[in-house]
Every structure is written in structure tokens, then in C-alpha cells.
Design a protein. Structure first.
Length: 270
């Protein structure tokens, strides 16, 4: 039986659920196959030694679907970054190491393919016309398929720390090219709109954190992986286009569209 609610996000709430367990209870309207997919990929990641909360079982509570996980007491890396922004370089390097480590693991095609997920997102992307979508899809076809484990949504709010470091939220996990997964993180780190009412000094701090986080993450990831910045850079266009299907503020989607069109213009003149 669930206890008190201890957290929530866009797609789910987190409830206490017995001794050292939590229930991730999905909101109404989230399809069951999304829930079972996260459970399957969480089991896969945990079985391969990734430090991720152990998934115990699927559950249905009050007509809603959920997953029972091992409880982690620590705060998210995003919350820690908010409390100690001067540690941004340290946290960025930690993120890069975690991301690189999971990218060394092979993933079966049964997890789903990165490029297929991106294709779906690009097809459904709002704010782009059909010729733009077709140009991005044609470009995506030229990129590598890859077969490594990719998280698909790797950012500071999906990392928990309690003395150890834990990766959560595997619904978007796929088999693919690590450079594409790193590119998605770069897009999330570097792009985002601060609400108009935010005080100027706070905007400056957020802007500094974004730039430093992106720079230090990339530097460390490239050092560990041996990849080049160009190998990650070439994935930004399709990743940014697919991101338009997500629940983002319109101002952020418009920022993405501006970046997408700038890159498309470069593509057609090369």
C-alpha cells in the first residue's frame, strides 16, 4: 500500500511503498506500453551492473499503472547544482563519466532503435514544414545506427546522489550511437528559455551554469570516449527536431526551430 507522495514529474508521481521501496505511479493517459517499456529497460540496465534503482514489479493502484522500485534517498544532481552552482564543473565531469560508462555496453535491438525513435519524433514534430522534415530525415539516414545502450534522456534531474550515483528514468532507453545520445544531452544542457519574470541576476547565473555544464561535460566525454566534437555535432539537427514533440514551453520550441533552420541552411549550402 502506498504511503505519502515524495515527488512528482510530468508523467508520474513517486510514492512511498513499503520498506525501502517507492512506487512510480504514472498519470492517467500514459499508455501501459510506455510503463512496461520502462520496466523492461530498467531490468536490462540493472542486470548489467548499471547503478540504477532495482525494479521489483509492475503494479496497478487506483486504476493507474506503476512500477515498484528500490528507494534511493539522495537528491537529484539538478537540485544539488541549484544549491552549489560553483560545483558545476565537478558535476559535469561526473555526468560525462556516467554517460560514457553506460555507452560501453551493448544493447539488443529488442530495446528499440535510436534512429527509429528519432524518425517518429521528426515525422510528428510541430512547427516544421514537410520539406524541412524530409530534409532532416534524409540527413538522419546518413548517420550511424550503432548498437550501444543509450539512455535517451540523460540530464541532471535523472541522476540521484546518496553517496553513490544512480541513473533513473529509462523509458527512452534504446540501442544506438553514443554520439547521438550525447548530442541529446548537449541540446538539453545548452538550450532552454528562462521565464520572462526571472530576475536579471538569476538569468545570468542560469546562463553561466548552462554554458559551463555543456562545456565541461563535452570536454570530459570526448576525453573518455575518444570521439570528436564533430561526431556529436552532426547529431544535433535530428535530435533537436525530434525534441519538438516533447512537453516544452513554446518559447523553447521556437528556440529549437531557430537552431534547426540555421543548421538546415548550412546543410543545403554544403
Amino acid at each position: 500500500m502506498k504511503g505519502k507522495r515524495i515527488g512528482e514529474g510530468r508523467t508520474a508521481e513517486i510514492w512511498e511503498y513499503g520498506a525501502r521501496k517507492v512506487l512510480k505511479l504514472y498519470r492517467e493517459g500514459i499508455p501501459l506500453d510506455h510503463v512496461t517499456r520502462e520496466y523492461k529497460i530498467s531490468l536490462f540496465a540493472h542486470a548489467r551492473g548499471i547503478r540504477t534503482p532495482q525494479p521489483f514489479e509492475l503494479a496497478e493502484v487506483e486504476g493507474r499503472n506503476g512500477i515498484v522500485f528500490q528507494q534511493i534517498e539522495g537528491a537529484s544532481l539538478l537540485a544539488l547544482l541549484g544549491k552549489s552552482p560553483w560545483k558545476v564543473g565537478q558535476y559535469a565531469r561526473k555526468l560525462a563519466k556516467l554517460h560514457y560508462d553506460l555507452h560501453t555496453l551493448e544493447a539488443g535491438d529488442d530495446l528499440g532503435l535510436q534512429k527509429e525513435r528519432l524518425k517518429w519524433g521528426i515525422h510528428e514534430a510541430p512547427l516544421l514544414n514537410e520539406s524541412e522534415k524530409q530534409a532532416i530525415l534524409s540527413y538522419l539516414d546518413t548517420l550511424p545506427v550503432g548498437g550501444k545502450l543509450c539512455h535517451g534522456d540523460f540530464h541532471p534531474d535523472n541522476i540521484l546522489m546518496d553517496g553513490q550515483v544512480w541513473i533513473i528514468d529509462w523509458m527512452t532507453g534504446v540501442a544506438g550511437d553514443p554520439a547521438g545520445d550525447a548530442a541529446r544531452s548537449v541540446v538539453m544542457f545548452s538550450m532552454g528559455v528562462v521565464p520572462e519574470a526571472t530576475p536579471g541576476i538569476v538569468k545570468l547565473v542560469i546562463g553561466f551554469i548552462r554554458k559551463r555544464l555543456t562545456k565541461e561535460y563535452l570536454r570530459e566525454y570526448l576525453k573518455l570516449s575518444g570521439q570528436t566534437s564533430e561526431e556529436i555535432e552532426r547529431w544535433i539537427l535530428p535530435v533537436a527536431a525530434a525534441r519538438l514533440t516533447e512537453w516544452l514551453p513554446m518559447a523553447e520550441k521556437e528556440q529549437l526551430v531557430q537552431e534547426i533552420r540555421k543548421r538546415l541552411a548550412t546543410l543545403t549550402t554544403d
